[in-house]
Design a binder for this molecule. Sequence first.
Ligand SMILES: Nc1ncnc2c1ncn2[C@@H]1O[C@H](COP(=O)(O)OP(=O)(O)OP(=O)(O)O)[C@@H](O)[C@H]1O
Ligand SMILES: [Mg+2]
Length: 222
Amino acid sequence: MTAPAAVTLDGVRRTFPDGTEAVRSVSLTIDEGDYVAVAGPSGSGKSTLLNIVSLLATPDAGNVIIRGTKTACMSDADRARLRARTFSFVFQSFHLVDHLSAYENVQLGLTLSARPDVDPKIALEQVGLAHRMHALPREMSGGERQRTAIARALARDTPIVICDEPTGSLDSESTEMVLDLLDVVHRAGRTLLVVTHDHYVMSRSQRLLKLRDGSVDFGASR
Ligand SMILES: Nc1ncnc2c1ncn2[C@@H]1O[C@H](COP(=O)(O)OP(=O)(O)OP(=O)(O)O)[C@@H](O)[C@H]1O
Ligand SMILES: [Mg+2]
């Protein structure tokens, strides 16, 4: 038997109360270990789609199947548990806790995923930030903050890592560092979904998923 796909979407829709059809009947499969860039104009539904994939939002219609588990009939508590054990997140705005050091931010991520046995320092070493482990987010550069967010994702060791514009606010040197780290995550066999407007970031992925007006643009090329 072949392993189930990392993510299967079947006829997924999301319409906001004001009538905006953010995602219109999207069906797609993302294999385990895939590195997928998600692109498309502003408002094309990228973040909404990722929120659905990562079980942060529920679609109005359609099925979301995560590593063989159908999520449609799950309770909110089961969905939250599946989310915590399956997904790590890296966002453009880092989402670090301001009053916690780099070390404590990574540690918090581990506590939330029930992996308190992992040493945050090792994760910070992997991203070249062991020497900054006691720094607060406001004392770090944008690139350092993003590397801390990646250290948190690395340490949590979830099968799927979701990144929404992970290099959006970084200079080219920090972008390169972050993309090299995403390669490390990918080589470790984890599935990566990366929203980006940057053609260079797209070129570093294996596959491009282009959205247009809430639908997948299957004719798209890089
Ligand atoms: N909470 C909401 N309520 C109403 N409309 C929303 C909401 N969130 C998003 N939308 C709308 O849904 C559509 C898709 O939004 P989404 O944030 O998914 O786009 P995006 O592709 O991520 O855009 P960007 O590149 O600017 O981040 C847009 O028209 C947006 O205005
Ligand atoms: Mg977005």
